[in-house]
Design a protein around this ligand. Structure first.
Ligand SMILES: NC(=O)c1ccc[n+]([C@@H]2O[C@H](COP(=O)([O-])OP(=O)(O)OC[C@H]3O[C@@H](n4cnc5c(N)ncnc54)[C@H](O)[C@@H]3O)[C@@H](O)[C@H]2O)c1
Length: 343
C-alpha cells in the first residue's frame, strides 16, 4: 500500500473546524501532521479533537521548513491566499486553497505558474462542486434530458460572516477580504454556474451596494447580469442581509423544462419537464448550511486523492481563476456602469 499523504492545515478558523480538519481526520489516505494558526489555541483545539500527535505552529513558514509535509490546505483571510500558497508550492507541497483563490487575476496566474514549476497540484476549494445536490444536478444536466439551457439564476445569501466566524472581522475589511458578499458567496455561484452548465461568461453588468452592514468598506449585496458566450443569459446574486433561512439556490430554465436546485424547502432537487409533462423529485440531501456543525463533504479526501493521482482535482487552479475573473469583471462593471467583456 502507498504511504499516507502527510498533510498540514494553515489557518485553523471556522472553515478548518467545520470542513477541512474533520475531513482529513476521516480520510484513509491522509495523516494530519501539523496545524498552524496565528492564534495557537485554535490550532491546539483542533489538534486535541482530531489529531493529538500533530505539531502546532504559529508561523506557517517555520511549519513548511520543519514539518514533513506532502500537502497543505490554506484557509486564511483572502489577501494571504496567493502568498502562502506560492510559499507552500515552493516548499514542495500540493495545495488546496480556499476560495476566492486570490485577490487578482495576476496573483491567481502566479499561483498556477508556481504549481506548474513545482510539479504539484493546486486545487481551489470551490466546495459547492462537491455538494451531493450539485453532483446529481450535473448528472441530470449532462444527461441532456433538459435540452439547451436558456436562462440561469443563481443566488447565495445569509445573514453575514459575523454569524459564521468568531474571528471573521477581516471579512468586513476590503484590504484583507478584497470583496464583501461577492468574494464570500458570489464566487461560489460564479463557479457553480460555470461548472454545471459547462458555459463561460462572455459579458457582464453588475451592481453592488452596502445596505445594512456598518463599519465596513465592502459591499453586503451584489447582483450581476450574465451573458454567456453562447448567448444564454442569467443572473448571479449574493447577499449578507438575508434573514431566516439561507438562500442557496440555482435554477436552470431549459428548452425541455426547468431544474430547481435548492430552491424549494423539502424538495432540494426538482426537474419539471414539458414532454411528457411531469415533475421529478430527486432523493438528495438539502444543501449544507452555515449553521451545520459539520459539512461532511469530504473535500480533503477529494483533494488528497487528486494529489495522489487517483482522481481528477475537483477544481484545478485554472478553473478557480476563471471563476474569480467573473467576480472581478462584475466589480469592474459595477464601478464603471458599463458592460464588461471577459477574455
Ligand atoms: N469553501 C467554503 O465554502 C468556504 C466557507 C467559508 C470560508 N471560506 C474561506 O476560507 C478562508 C478562511 O475563512 P474562515 O471562515 O475560516 O475565517 P476565520 O477568520 O474563521 O479563520 C481564519 C483563520 O486564519 C488565521 N490566520 C490569519 N492569518 C494567518 C497566518 N498568516 N498564518 C496562519 N493563520 C492565519 C486566523 O487566526 C483565523 O483563525 C477564507 O478565504 C474564506 O473565504 C470558504
Amino acid at each position: 500500500m502507498t504511504r499516507k499523504m502527510r498533510v498540514g492545515m494553515i489557518g485553523c478558523g471556522q472553515i478548518a473546524k467545520i470542513v477541512h480538519v474533520p475531513d482529513y481526520a476521516f480520510c484513509p489516505e491522509a495523516e494530519l501532521v501539523a496545524l498552524c494558526d496565528l492564534i495557537p489555541e485554535k490550532a491546539h483545539a483542533l489538534a486535541d479533537k482530531w489529531a493529538p500527535a500533530a505539531a502546532i505552529y504559529t508561523d506557517y513558514k517555520k511549519m513548511l521548513r520543519e514539518a514533513p509535509l506532502d500537502a497543505v490546505t490554506v484557509a486564511v483571510p483572502n489577501w494571504l491566499h496567493a502568498r502562502i500558497t506560492i510559499d507552500a508550492l515552493r516548499a514542495g507541497c500540493h495545495v488546496n486553497v480556499e476560495k476566492p483563490m486570490a485577490a487578482s487575476s495576476a496573483e491567481a496566474q502566479k499561483m498556477i505558474d508556481a504549481a506548474k514549476k513545482a510539479g504539484k497540484l493546486l486545487n481551489v476549494d470551490q466546495s459547492q462542486r462537491l455538494f451531493p445536490i450539485h453532483i446529481k444536478a450535473k448528472e441530470v444536466i449532462d444527461s441532456g434530458i433538459l435540452g439547451r439551457i436558456l436562462h440561469v439564476t443563481a443566488m447565495f445569501g445569509h445573514e453575514g460572516p459575523e454569524y459564521w466566524s468568531p474571528t471573521g472581522k477581516w471579512f468586513f475589511r476590503k484590504k484583507e477580504a478584497r470583496f464583501g458578499a461577492m468574494a464570500d458567496l458570489g464566487v461560489h455561484k460564479a463557479d457553480l454556474v460555470r461548472y454545471l452548465t459547462g458555459k463561460e461568461v462572455g459579458e457582464i453588468n453588475a451592481f453592488f451596494e452596502r445596505l445594512e452592514k456598518k463599519n465596513t468598506d465592502v459591499e453586503d449585496n451584489f447582483v450581476a447580469c450574465l451573458k454567456f458566450t453562447d448567448g444564454t443569459i442569467g443572473t448571479l446574486a449574493a447577499s449578507w442581509t438575508v434573514k431566516g433561512m439561507e438562500a442557496n439556490y440555482t435554477i436552470l430554465h431549459c428548452e425541455n423544462g426547468t431544474l430547481r436546485i435548492g430552491e424549494i424547502p423539502g424538495k432540494p432537487l426538482v426537474a419539471e419537464l414539458v414532454k411528457p409533462r411531469c415533475r421529478i423529485k430527486f432523493d438528495v440531501p438539502e444543501p449544507v448550511t452555515n449553521y451545520a456543525d459539520s459539512w461532511g463533504l469530504d473535500v480533503s479526501t477529494a483533494f488528497v486523492r487528486a494529489a495522489m493521482g487517483l482522481q481528477p482535482p475537483y477544481c484545478p487552479g485554472e478553473e478557480g481563476k476563471k471563476s474569480l475573473e467573473v467576480i472581478l469583471a462584475a466589480e469592474k462593471a459595477a464601478l464603471t456602469g458599463r458592460t464588461v467583456k471577459l477574455k
